[in-house]
Design a protein around this ligand. Structure first.
Ligand code: HEM
Length: 361
């Protein structure tokens, strides 16, 4: 038995946490009732950001240099924990929405120029997951240079200098692509099948009488874009152009490995890698959902007013939601899928290598 007489409040250092709410309005003489909620909800978010960063750091450390296959289950378990927390963060927006725009106005001006924009942990989260400096818009870059404290900027620069989870996953997929699966003829077969599907889709758009000329042109253009991205998977030069123009982030071989894993996800050896990719897409989706939810909430609170941090408010937030998806390469793979019945059968050697029981023979 532990005889140190550890006490609940001491262990959790509640004296620090519960003494950390000091509304600006109280300091000015009259407390605005809703400022307490405003402070508490930000603190709760920051605590969850801390936990997410902790999990992401541990996942990154499992990826560095070499991923032990035995760790894939653990990596997935930690990412699934992040997913659960992000679900809480998305649903918590409804708590702050119990504050009316008028109640917010009681103390809003006292907050200037402080803003969630300065949340170092949020910036670290974006960075560790994979958002690069180049991908940030101009407003963000300028704000980073002017609104973060010097020591915060230093911490962020250190994070930017590290390999992000997105880069580590890219490198891991790239290594998987070198597995000896005897797939020499497989990709030719697959290309043929998918090309037929693209042609069928093109004919059905052309023949669709419910579409106007403009809609038809729009759909055909989308189809053509998917076709070109797919062709680029087999053409170094074309793929390099997509990379240079920032349309894709993953390397070509990584994309092919990711596509292969997605197509044959039910094979035992591919199932955990598939789950991992799905978890990353889910994390991306939930962060985007949070960004949209937060942007709509800000619009409701502020209307056309600018944010306390000086951005255009809702407009800025909406744009970051659209721009900052991180695993769009994995999402894009859905354009290259075929119905199960049309997926080429794998060569015998590949089947052997991907099944547990065949390997025991
Ligand atoms: C009344 C409630 C809120 C309003 C009106 C609001 C408004 C805004 C606005 C306008 C911005 C853009 C920067 C600026 O000009 O200030 C911003 C950024 C941000 N806010 Fe909020 N916010 C609210 C609550 C929250 C909460 C509860 C969190 C939780 C941590 C949060 C986290 C953030 C973060 C992380 C950013 C940076 C987002 C980015 O740059 O992509 N905000 N907020």
């Amino acid at each position: 038995m532990n005889d140190s007489k550890l006490h609940y409040a001491d262990y959790l250092e509640l004296n620090k946490i519960l003494e950390a709410q000091h509304p600006e309005s109280s300091k000015k003489g009259e407390m605005a009732h809703d400022e307490m909620l405003f402070i508490v909800i930000h603190q709760v978010y920051e605590l969850w950001f801390k936990q997410i960063l902790f999990e992401v750091a541990s996942v990154k450390s499992l990826f560095i240099d070499y991923v032990d296959d035995k760790d894939l289950g653990l990596i997935n378990a930690r990412l699934e924990r992040v997913i659960k927390i992000l679900n809480v963060l998305v649903s918590q927006i409804q708590v702050i929405e119990t504050m009316t725009p008028q109640a917010f106005l009681e103390f809003r001006d006292l907050l200037v120029p402080a803003s969630g924009f300065q949340s170092l942990q949020f910036r670290l989260l974006e960075t560790h997951l994979g958002l690069t400096w180049k991908e940030r818009g101009q407003t963000e870059q300028q704000f980073f240079n002017s609104r973060l404290k010097e020591e915060e900027r230093k911490i962020l620069d250190e994070a930017l200098a590290e390999k992000s989870l997105r880069t580590l996953v890219d490198e891991w997929l790239n290594r998987l692509s070198t597995l000896k699966l005897g797939l020499e003829t497989f990709w030719d077969d697959f290309q043929k099948h998918l090309e037929e599907t693209f042609e069928k889709d093109e004919k059905s758009i052309q023949a669709n009488s419910t579409l106007g000329e403009r809609e038809k042109a729009f759909e055909l253009k989308n189809l053509q874009d998917s076709r070109e991205s797919f062709e680029a998977l087999f053409d170094d030069k074309k793929y390099q152009t997509l990379l240079d123009e920032g349309h894709v982030f993953f390397q070509r071989e990584s994309m092919r490995a990711a596509l292969f894993i997605t197509l044959y996800q039910e094979y035992p050896l591919l199932h955990l890698p598939f789950k991992l990719m799905q978890n990353l897409v889910e994390i991306d989706k939930l962060i985007t959902q949070w960004r949209y939810g937060h942007a709509l909430m800000a619009k409701r609170m502020l209307g056309m007013k600018i944010g306390t941090g000086g951005s255009s408010g809702h407009e800025y937030l909406r744009k970051t939601a659209e721009r900052h998806t991180l695993f769009r390469d994995l999402i894009q793979l859905s354009s290259f899928l075929l119905p199960k019945s049309q997926i080429p059968k794998l060569p015998e050697q590949a089947e052997k290598n991907l099944n547990y029981y065949l390997q025991l023979k």
